[in-house]
Every structure is written in C-alpha cells, then in structure tokens.
Design a protein around this ligand. Structure first.
Ligand SMILES: Nc1ncnc2c1ncn2[C@@H]1O[C@H](COP(=O)(O)OP(=O)(O)OP(=O)(O)O)[C@@H](O)[C@H]1O
Ligand SMILES: [Mg+2]
Length: 239
C-alpha cells in the first residue's frame, strides 16, 4: 500500500500534477515454457509537461514493452503508471479507453492501421470517439497534408509504402491534439526528408502547444533532438 494523496481530489482543470507521466517501479514478467521471463525489472522515471524524452537502448531491451504499459495498452506485473498524476493501472477498461482517446496519441512500431479503411478514414477514427473539435474528414485531411500525404487520402494501407503507412499512423496519433504523444520508432521506415518532416512537426507541436513526447528510437537525429534520453538495457534503466 502507498500513502500517496495526490490522486484523490484534484480540481485543477488541465494539469493535476507537475508531471505529464510517471513510472514507478514498473516490472513486467511473462510465463514462457515452465518459467517466467522478466522483461522489465523495475523502471522508475518522471517526465514533465512539454518535455521531449527519447527512450533508447538495444533491440530487445524492453522499450516497446514499456511504451505499451505507459500507454495503458498492457498492464505492468507490478508498479504504477501515472498520467498527469492519475494512476491508470487502477482504472477499468472503460475509464482507460477514455484517457487514451482524450490524452494520448500513440504510434506503434508496427503501425496498426485498419486495413479496410482508407488513409483518411484511418486518421478520422479517433475523432469519432469522444469529443473533438472540427469536422473529422476535414481535420484528417489537414493532418495528412501536413505529413505530405495529401495525394494519398483514398489509399488503403496495402496500397501505401511502409513509410507512407508510418506517416498515416503519425497523423492519426496527432489528430486529436493529445497532451501526451508516445511513439515507437516513428522514423524507422522513413527516408531522410520525411524523417526531418516528422521531427520538425514534433518540435513545432512541442513549442506551440506544449505537447509531451516520449519516443523510442534508434535514430540518432531523433535522440539528439530530445531534451534527454532514458536508456534501457536488459529491462532496467542504465545509469
Ligand atoms: N509477448 C511476449 N512473450 C514473450 N516474450 C516477449 C513478449 N513480448 C516481448 N518479449 C520479449 O521481451 C523483450 C523486450 O521486447 P521489446 O519489444 O520491448 O524490445 P525493444 O526494446 O522494443 O526492441 P526493438 O528495439 O527491437 O524494438 C524481448 O526479448 C522480447 O523477445
Ligand atoms: Mg521495440
């Protein structure tokens, strides 16, 4: 049991906590064969509102696992995730879905676009959930133009290149103007020009809207653009 009191009665409308995100001693283990493998071995960190933090580390070190837990898509075995001071590990599936839609934009390592929908429709989807400003079709179109895909609105994912799918996923993550954006290798499939575009968008959003970015990356340009890097090695934060 903890004796934290910060969660219960917060009345500040936007920022309940000094931190956009906190991880407290997060572990993740999974059964494999007759044993349990430990993927995350106790990870604690805090990210301030408007910060741009890179998550770096070798392949298999646990970055995607950590991002999935932070985004509320997976639950930790032990430990807590606080988004703007609210512990999401104690939420019901319904509450969590609401937080994800209103506060978090996520770009997955394997894009996760809906195969039967066009690029524009994929970007519209989050706007039909919960309350958002503007006409979904218009907003989706604008976002796709911003990522250089104004000429591919009607293509379905299998009619798009890997880099184009990635940009649709980025547009989808940003279209709701979330306060917290979590990206897993957002530039992994992009050429230099598009990687620069994406990085430019991230910087622009960060400066203009105070969006918080947590980005797992192997791309040295992305890591260099971040204010700081959290390095994960073998399921732990490396000093
Ligand atoms: N569902 C699962 N069952 C068993 N092992 C898993 C599962 N998911 C991930 N792992 C293992 O956990 C470790 C961490 O995986 P994770 O995908 O988080 O790494 P990563 O740091 O994102 O790597 P990369 O840089 O290659 O994307 C890996 O060794 C992986 O094999
Ligand atoms: Mg990964």
């Amino acid at each position: 049991m903890t004796t934290e009191t910060t969660n219960a009665t917060v009345s500040a409308p936007e920022r309940a906590s000094a931190y956009a995100l906190e991880g407290r001693d997060i572990t993740k283990s999974l059964p494999l064969g007759g044993q349990r493998i430990e993927i995350l071995k106790g990870i604690s960190f805090a990210v301030r509102h408007g910060e741009f933090v890179a998550i770096v580390g070798p392949s298999g070190s646990g970055k995607s696992t950590l991002l999935g837990i932070i985004a509320g898509l997976d639950s930790p075995t032990t430990g807590q995730v606080l988004i703007d001071g609210i512990d999401i590990t104690k939420m019901s599936e319904g509450q969590l879905a609401g937080v994800r839609n209103s506060k978090i934009g996520m770009v997955y390592q394997a894009f996760n676009l809906i195969p039967t929908l066009t690029a524009q429709e994929n970007v519209e989807v989050p706007l039909y959930v919960g309350k958002h400003q503007g006409l979904p079709s218009q907003r989706a179109k604008q976002m796709l133009e911003l990522v250089g895909l104004g000429h591919r609105l009607k293509n379905r994912p299998n009619q798009l290149s890997g880099g184009e799918q990635q940009r649709v996923a980025i547009a989808r993550a940003l279209v709701t103007q979330p306060a917290l954006v979590i990206m897993d290798e957002p530039t992994g499939n992009l050429d230099k020009a598009n990687a620069d575009n994406v990085l430019g968008m991230i910087r622009g959003l960060q400066q203009q809207t105070g969006t918080t970015f947590i980005i797992a990356t192997h791309d040295p340009n992305v890591a260099a653009a971040a204010a700081r890097a959290i390095r994960i090695e073998d399921g732990r934060i490396a000093g």
